[in-house]
Design a protein around this ligand. Structure first.
Ligand code: NAD
Ligand code: MG
Length: 394
């Protein structure tokens, strides 16, 4: 039985991870849970999975959480704040930590888990995009495994099993095309928050659903693939595949291409990250190619999705630039969700922020550099978005 700690247990990745644990109680047990603010759901999860330790983001909610679970015996250790979440990540005998936190908030807990010798089942892509230059050497130093739970990277990882180290030539990431795949470019200026948080193929948290609509998600995944699999950016491509049946492909040195297929169901990549190198028998819906029908492919449109080019440019610039891109995107999406900027402002403020960072880009950033770049970029986006609005007013 594998002992698992889960960060972000109340989110889309978190609840699906717990569905897996509930379905396979002989394979997995939960050591620690962390969550943001959904105390009621967290209390139910504590009741169902008996973790030894739990942390929430906001210390003010601790009394409320305590009150909800007074009858549980034994009581878990209850912590709060960023320090509390970090403590859960490094705590006890868990072998793997599933990172279902959204955003760069996952960085320090992930580092703590690595330093405690735990394998990482990585859903929280922002951690690797911002922290790749620091996280990758730590993974090596502590001899732990970084197992991708993002569906595309899981597909690549699955295809790579048995491929010699030098065998990989090209990665082809598939993209659904997000909420506005079939919208003409001219209509994008009318996009509302409600439009952008609806995904055609996947049900996910709000931030990643907006990232899918701008296709920044795919851009971030290009950087994630670079850090996970070590390929040059020229050898990582994006192709639109609206059916989301092929989750990504790899080309080998001899031009042979391997793909991983399945219905769009996040439980599959999460399960593989938790069970690797084993395969667990499931009763989940099996792929029926005839039912799937046509599998089609299209080149992504750079004009319609400028975030993809911004991500490639930030990845190629390297250093602290991916951290700036990531933080600028997080802040821009947050402002969009608060209806403070328009959908088409998202790439504009990110571009302005990355441009301003060029002269300060730190080539071999330390963790402190990354944290500082992240903080700077968020502030810069707020300034840039105010400037945009002033221009509009003039
Ligand atoms: P979500 O918004 O549904 O859930 C996020 C979780 O993190 C929640 O439990 C929330 O309480 C917690 N959280 C949020 N902010 C926090 C903070 N500052 N400190 C501590 N905890 C915090 O998001 P999601 O869709 O589950 O995505 C989680 C991560 O997985 C993201 O990085 C996303 O890019 C990645 N991912 C998600 C999917 C998917 O299908 N949902 C697929 C691939 C990758
Ligand atoms: Mg993905």
């Amino acid at each position: 039985m594998k002992a698992i700690t889960l960060l972000g247990s109340t989110g889309s990745i978190g609840t699906q991870t717990l569905d897996i644990v509930a379905e396979y109680p002989e394979q997995f047990r939960i050591v620690g849970l962390t969550a943001g603010s959904n105390i009621n759901l967290l209390a139910q999860q504590i009741r169902a999975f008996n973790p030894s330790i739990v942390a929430i983001s906001n210390p003010d909610q601790l009394p409320e959480l305590k009150a909800l679970i007074t009858d549980i015996n034994p009581q878990p250790i209850l912590l709060a704040g960023e320090e509390g979440i970090i403590e859960v990540a490094r705590y006890g005998d868990s072998e793997a930590v599933v990172t279902g936190i959204v955003g760069c908030a996952g960085l320090l807990p992930t580092i703590a888990a690595i330093e405690a010798g735990k394998d990482i089942a990585l859903a929280n892509k922002e951690t690797l995009i911002a922290g790749g230059p620091v996280v990758n050497p730590l993974i090596k130093k502590h001899g732990v495994k970084l197992l991708p739970a993002d569906s595309e990277h899981s597909a690549i990882f699955q295809c790579l099993q048995g491929v010699p180290q030098a065998g990989l030539r090209r990665i082809i990431l598939t993209a659904s095309g997000g909420a506005f795949r079939d919208w003409p470019v001219e209509k994008l200026k009318e996009v509302t928050v409600a439009d952008a948080i609806t995904h055609p193929n996947w049900s996910m948290g709000k931030k990643i659903t907006v990232d899918s609509a701008t296709m920044m998600n795919k851009g971030l995944e290009v950087i994630e693939a670079h850090f996970l699999f070590g390929l040059d950016y020229n050898d990582i491509e994006i192709v639109i595949h609206p059916q989301s049946i092929i989750h990504s492909l790899i080309e080998l040195q001899d031009t042979s291409v391997l793909a991983q297929l399945g219905w769009p169901d996040m439980r599959l990549p999460i399960l593989y990250a938790m069970s690797w190198p084993e395969r667990i028998y499931t009763n989940w819906q099996r792929l029926d190619l005839v039912k799937a029908g046509n599998l089609t492919f299209k080149e992504p449109d750079d004009q319609k999705y400028p975030c993809m080019s911004l991500a490639y440019a930030a990845g190629r610039a390297g250093g602290s630039m991916p951290a700036v891109l990531n933080a600028a995107n997080e802040q821009a999406v947050a402002l969009f969700l608060e209806e403070k900027i328009a959908f088409l402002d998202i790439p504009k403020v990110i571009e302005l922020t990355c441009d301003r960072h060029q002269i300060d880009n730190r080539k071999d950033p330390t963790l402190e550099d990354i944290i500082e770049s992240d903080r700077w970029a968020r502030q810069e986006v707020i300034v840039a978005s105010k400037k945009l609005h002033q221009k509009i007013a003039v």
